[in-house]
Design a protein around this ligand. Structure first.
Ligand code: SF4
Ligand code: SF4
Length: 53
């Protein structure tokens, strides 16, 4: 998954819907663990600004 930090509002919505805990939202960036990620697409759907693709 790709995360665009210039669009992100750091709302933590993506981390809340990730079933594997692959997303950690920090104050200035978001980390997606590609090993934990199952490519379920939840984070892409929930993100209000389309920051994850
Ligand atoms: S849901 Fe989108 S805007 Fe919110 S923290 Fe995740 S990537 Fe950023
Ligand atoms: S695609 Fe699914 S498993 Fe991967 S980071 Fe997004 S919500 Fe988590």
């Amino acid at each position: 998954m790709k995360h665009d930090n210039s669009k992100c509002m750091h709302c933590e919505g993506c981390a809340a819907v990730c079933p594997t805990g692959a997303i950690t939202v920090y104050e200035t960036f978001v980390k997606i663990d590609e090993i934990l990620c199952t490519k379920c697409g939840n984070c892409v759907k929930i993100c209000p600004v389309g920051a994850i693709t």
